[in-house]
Design a protein around this ligand. Structure first.
Ligand code: CA
Length: 234
């Protein structure tokens, strides 16, 4: 999942981008409103974290412009406590949630998880397929006997994106666009290496392939016969 963070406080942007990358997101940042909007036009984002008071272009104006183009991208507003009216206006203009500054990183992370998962399933954070349990909140995969399968952060990000988009075939280009940010150097064969490693690790615990290769098109999650996936597994 790829996030865009538009916020003019350098310290906050550094702390947040470091924290969000650590929990597995690709993150692009802008400290200026217009630059942030340019990044939105250039790349595909799953979620945008938007400050309201920004240089060169106001957050609410950015919000309107984003919504003219894209209704699906989740938008979380960051606002100062005093900007109550702006916050309401933001929600009216199509923001999905807001967080009042100062806030705790854990709170932001939980809100982001909730927004990204909303379209997919309301409460569940665990999925089961054959012997494999995928804990979306902990970003951890378990095999038989609750054995921890060593999945690298980028491998998990690929798995997560495919699961969030079940029922669609995802091209390598789309995976790259949603899993790597502008700061990371990216070579087209890297995705193949990550996918191959991920599939190898999963196949040790699962008779059927969880990720299917659709030749010439991309990758998709195996829906399995008759609802093999258990969502909301505890
Ligand atoms: Ca600001």
């Amino acid at each position: 999942m790829r996030l865009l963070l538009i916020e003019d406080e350098e310290d906050l942007i550094n702390t947040l981008s470091r924290g969000l990358r650590k929990v597995g997101y690709a993150v692009d940042t802008a400290t200026d409103g217009r630059d942030g909007l340019d990044l939105f036009y250039m790349n595909e984002y799953d979620l945008i974290i938007l400050d309201l008071n920004l240089p060169s272009m106001d957050g609410l104006e950015i919000l309107s412009k984003i919504r003219e183009e894209n209704q699906d991208c989740k938008i979380l507003i960051l606002s100062a406590r005093s900007n109550y009216e702006q916050r309401i206006e933001g929600l009216d203009k199509g923001a999905d949630d807001y967080l009042v500054k100062p806030f705790d990183f854990g709170e932001l992370n939980a809100r982001i998880r909730n927004l990204l998962r909303r379209s997919f399933t309301q409460q569940s954070s665990k999925l089961k397929y054959e012997n494999i349990i995928i804990d979306m909140a902990k970003r951890t995969v378990y095999g038989e006997n609750n054995e921890n399968i060593d999945i690298r952060p980028k491998e998990f990000a690929i798995l997560e994106y495919l699961i969030m988009n079940r029922g669609r075939v995802i091209s390598a280009e789309e995976l790259i666009e949603h899993i790597w940010d502008n700061d990371e150097s990216m070579f087209s064969n890297v995705i193949k290496v990550h996918l191959s490693n991920l599939r190898k690790k999963l196949s040790q615990h699962c008779k059927e392939e969880i990720i299917l290769n659709v030749r010439g098109v991309g990758y998709t999650i195996n829906e399995g016969e008759s609802e093999k996936w258990l969502i909301g597994y505890h």
